[in-house]
Design a binder for this molecule. Structure first.
Ligand code: SF4
Length: 413
């Protein structure tokens, strides 16, 4: 295949013998070749351990990142030691199957639902880490970019024990992604002891109903409560929890949005960090995308060729869809106001960016923004508070939101 492309030959029948390809046909259709066999443990090990970090120009990347973020931004993000980072992946995928997630489906789709979860052993993980450090001695942190690094608790504990025994790795920091129901106090303490400094939690929402709608399968009768517990426990262990949130989930009602904002703001004030995705991003492969009633598309052109791709899933409740659209329109004005009040120069980063969206939502709903400003002050150190609760514009009247919710005309403001 590579040779054909090198010779500038168009896809031909030769490709039809290669499993796992989708070939565009002359009549505009798509031809799928045979389903490939699932990846075997041996193949996964050889792919993962075959990564040669020396071939990746990390020093250039870090230099670039140091130009993107200044010391103040890194402190606000609590990322001071985490710029010179190397990403490693030690497991094949997360099998949980949340409705909005596409990465959980990639390998299953490719291998006809037969792909088992594959993981490197703790010894192999240590080998990868040591290879990375040897290739790039200036590295300060290893980012385990597995969709759910802590899906096997025993593996995580054994890896931590191996790191603990490696004097040469003292001072190295680690960060990873995890579900909120994979952690416990003991695991977090052990992770903190060996240098884990950041856990990115897939919290998504603090609305119990939305977590059920998203099929998060959190092992708790109270999944939102479990998320709060995981965040607070990470903080107690000395690890910064970063909560990934989706504010306007397709089935969200106003009360769900408010539940997420209130909990997230409270936890940011405790020391957690947030990254808010306004909508579910429409990644092909996710179950949600297949059944979503309304998907907004993105149109763009590259070299004069026009493309149209699914972009975000629009909330079903017209009032929430309206609120989301208006909040995103208002956000740039709010960000300028925050910058002025904090004496902030240059681009803002998270969690301020996400808190600006919360401010926009609460402005529009006519709710008090005081706790959000308190969170901003906690994060940046000082802020001149607005005298009124809604400095950026009049709130949308409750009557108007109610009318939109009843199916009234949604204004393209
Ligand atoms: S737990 Fe995370 S990675 Fe796994 S399916 Fe859900 S969203 Fe995707």
């Amino acid at each position: 295949m590579v040779e054909c492309f090198a010779r500038d030959e168009p896809p031909t029948d030769k490709f039809r013998g290669i499993p796992g390809l989708y070939i565009k046909t002359d009549d505009g259709g798509v031809f799928a070749t045979e389903t490939p066999d699932p990846i075997t443990p041996g193949e996964f090990e050889s792919i993962s351990l075959g990564l040669d970090a020396a071939n990746i120009p990390y020093d250039d990347y870090w230099e670039y990142m140091h130009k993107v973020y200044d010391a103040r931004q890194l402190a606000v993000m609590k990322n001071e030691d985490l710029v010179q980072t190397i990403r490693l992946i030690t497991s094949s995928h997360c099998p949980i199957g949340c409705k909005f997630c596409s990465s959980t489906r990639f390998l299953a789709e490719a291998a006809g639902d037969k792909q088992k979860v594959l993981r490197l052993s703790p010894q192999q993980m240590l080998l990868l880490v040591k290879q990375a450090v040897r290739s790039h001695p200036r590295v300060t942190a290893i980012f385990f970019d597995d969709d759910d690094f802590l899906q096997d608790r025993d593996r995580a504990l054994e890896f931590c024990a191996l790191v603990h025994a490696e004097i040469a790795l003292r001072g190295l920091r680690f960060l990873c992604l995890s579900r909120t129901d994979n952690v416990d106090a003991e695991l977090l303490r052990v992770m903190s002891d060996v240098g884990f400094r950041l856990i990115i939690y897939g919290v998504e929402s603090f609305s119990e109903q939305l977590l059920i709608d998203a099929d998060k399968k959190v092992r708790s009768a109270h999944p939102a409560e479990q998320a709060r517990w995981a965040v607070v426990s990470a903080l107690s262990a000395g690890i910064t929890p970063l909560m990934n949130l989706i504010l306007f989930y397709p089935s969200a009602r106003e009360a769900d949005v408010v539940a997420t904002v209130d909990s997230a703001v409270e936890l940011v004030r405790e020391g957690a960090r947030i990254a808010v995705y306004p909508y579910v991003e429409a990644y092909p492969g996710s179950r949600l995308l297949m059944e979503a009633p309304e998907v907004k598309e993105k149109h763009f052109a590259i070299d004069g060729i026009k493309f149209r791709i699914p972009w975000v899933v629009v909330p079903k409740d017209p009032a929430v869809a309206f609120l989301g659209r208006r909040a995103l329109q208002l956000k740039p004005r709010i960000l300028s106001d925050i910058k002025r009040r904090c004496g902030w120069l240059g681009d803002v980063c998270n969690p301020i960016d996400s808190l600006a969206l919360f401010l926009a939502v609460y402005d529009l709903l006519g709710r008090s923004t005081r706790s959000i400003w308190d969170a901003i002050e906690t994060v940046v150190g000082s802020v001149t508070y607005p005298l009124a609760d809604h400095p950026c514009g009049p709130p949308v009247s409750r009557r108007k939101l109610a009318s939109v919710a009843r199916g009234g005309r949604v204004l393209a403001a």
